[in-house]
Design a protein around this ligand. Structure first.
Ligand code: 3ON
Ligand code: FE
Length: 493
């Protein structure tokens, strides 16, 4: 009797750990080929290039990295022309990548726990962090840029993916100046007479934190820049814009630099989540007017946000949709990320925040409790009212698990559509690409890489964004796998 009831408590998982782990093997090779193993048909109207970035190496010559965020950036690109697709991947030749590949061993401390071999004595008082260029890749102002929020952008050749050097934007930035990995692109910037504008930021840590904000014109020049001081430590990975504001969530965390200085722990392992402290929401005007306050700070419940979906203004209110975690788990020096206990962690969930700027109040509502990460929307709606979002999600509606599905949410009707690659497929960030000449917000395609554990290779899947129930309309089999990545972007130029 009791045996039976125990059995019924065991719910079937949608994946196995061994399958999931396969996507965390390094890819050392660099490829360049036309994809000829395709199921279905690539829409001929889909023209342009999808660039993706993420850690390509999870080890240096057999020495394992402690965390996937420490892996060297590898760019993949898939170019769609007349119903065909071409693949290329290449590592960003950062100073660290070149030196470590030459030496055949780890020479740098990683931000998230990778240490130089030899214990604390080998790491003590080494404050240089390795710029691994692994978080995002954008094509803007005729330049292809690989981004990592801790330091400079790297410029790459958009065709060959060859690394050309660090990007300082005509000397506006200096060596060591960071350029974050989450720029927001406003398609129709009123301030610039309707031209598009790229807004990005950087975090400069110290006793107090400086947030720099940069606005770039379509030729890639920094045309506006301002700096703001915030008390305390910040771990801010992403932000949102509206026509009038830049908005940052200052997650409640503290930083203890001592174990880092002593070589005992990596910088990222010295960040401690504060469950009893509120999240501070920093609202900074993009175009400060005479007499306007420099920054408004509102408070909301404790939680941790890496990524926001979008924000928009409605009268006195600003609405922000974000993926929130109940807490930020500490990276433990002795742990192995491949052995992570998914069920013990809180899932990322989609919330809507309503900021009332007049009354300085915040209220929030859960949009969806399903574990999700890596949102995407129609590029024309960044900073503006929008209806549809696409996001990586767990196969099951509840609990924390690897991303295996793509979820589309209609924020107006509440309708959900799910396409799942379970049990043996694991998805990365979806990217929405509008169909040329389209008028409806969801008229276009959703592109995502799926790691297929059954064949230890990755597929690029294309879905019709207006109707996920059609299943994939094209599945492009690559000749190899691509390790689980972070972010990317599509350009039709
Ligand atoms: O804040 C200070 C200044 C700063 C720039 C201190 C600091 C050390 C935290 C810091 C550096 C931050 C860096 C380098 C952050 C890099 C983040 C990164 C590479 C990736 C973040 C990814 C986030 C998520 C949510 C990934 C999800 C992944 C999955 C669902 C699995 O596929
Ligand atoms: Fe990110």
């Amino acid at each position: 009797q009791s045996f039976k009831s125990q059995e019924s408590l065991v719910t079937e998982k949608s994946y196995t750990r061994a399958d999931w782990q396969g996507g965390y093997q390094s890819l050392t090779q660099e490829f360049d080929y036309w994809i000829d193993d395709i199921e279905g048909q690539i829409p001929t109207e889909l023209q342009g290039t999808l660039f993706r970035n993420g850690p390509g190496l999870l080890d240096v010559n057999g020495q394992f990295l402690h965390h996937p965020f420490d892996g060297d950036g590898m760019i993949s690109k898939i170019t769609f022309t007349n119903g065909r697709a071409h693949f290329r991947n290449r590592f960003v030749r950062t100073t660290g990548y070149l030196a470590e590949q030459k030496a055949g061993k780890i020479l740098y401390r990683g931000t998230f726990g990778t240490q130089k071999p030899g214990g604390w004595l080998a790491n003590i008082f080494d404050f240089k962090l390795k710029n691994i260029a692994n978080t995002n890749v954008i094509y803007w102002g005729g330049k292809l840029l690989a981004l990592w929020e801790g330091s400079e952008a790297h410029r790459l050749d958009p065709y060959t993916l060859e690394t050309l050097g660090n990007e300082y934007f005509n000397g506006v930035l200096s060596p060591g100046d960071a350029f974050a990995a989450h720029p927001r692109l406003e398609k129709n910037c009123d301030q610039d007479g309707g031209a598009s504008c790229l807004v990005n930021f950087s975090i400069k840590p110290g006793l107090s934190t400086t947030i720099n904000i940069f606005e770039l014109n379509p030729t890639g020049e920094i045309i506006r820049r301002h700096a703001h001081k915030v008390p305390g430590f910040c771990f801010i990975h992403d932000f949102v814009i509206t026509p009038n504001y830049c908005i940052f969530f200052q997650n409640p965390v503290t930083f203890n630099p001592i174990p880092f200085a002593l070589g005992i722990r990596a910088a990222g392992e010295c960040i401690k989540f504060q469950p009893n402290q509120p999240t501070q929401i920093l609202i900074i005007p993009r175009f400060p007017k005479e007499g306007q306050e420099e920054m408004k700070i509102l408070e909301t419940q404790s939680g941790f946000v890496f990524h926001h979906v979008n924000a928009f203004e409605v009268g006195e209110e600003v609405l922000i949709d974000s993926i929130c975690y109940q807490d930020l788990p500490e990276v433990e020096p002795k742990s192995d990320f491949r052995e992570v206990d998914f069920e013990a962690l809180s899932p990322g969930q989609l919330w809507r925040f309503y900021l009332n700027l007049k009354n300085a109040t915040v209220r929030r509502e859960l949009i969806d409790g399903r574990c999700c990460e890596f949102p995407s929307i129609h590029p024309a709606n960044v900073g503006h009212l929008y209806r549809y979002l696409y996001i990586g999600a767990a196969h099951a509606e509840t609990g924390n698990a690897p991303l295996q599905a793509l979820l589309k949410i209609d924020l107006e009707s509440g309708e959900r559509q799910v396409w799942s690659a379970a049990p043996r497929g694991f998805v990365g960030e979806p990217i929405f690409v509008p169909r040329p000449g389209s008028e409806k917000e969801d008229d276009g395609w959703v592109l995502a890489l799926v790691y297929d554990a059954a064949h230890h290779r990755s597929d690029m899947v294309i879905l019709d964004a207006s109707d996920f129930s059609k299943g994939v309309i094209a599945r492009l089999h690559l000749k190899h796998h691509i390790p689980y990545g972070l972010h990317g972007s599509f350009t039709s130029e």
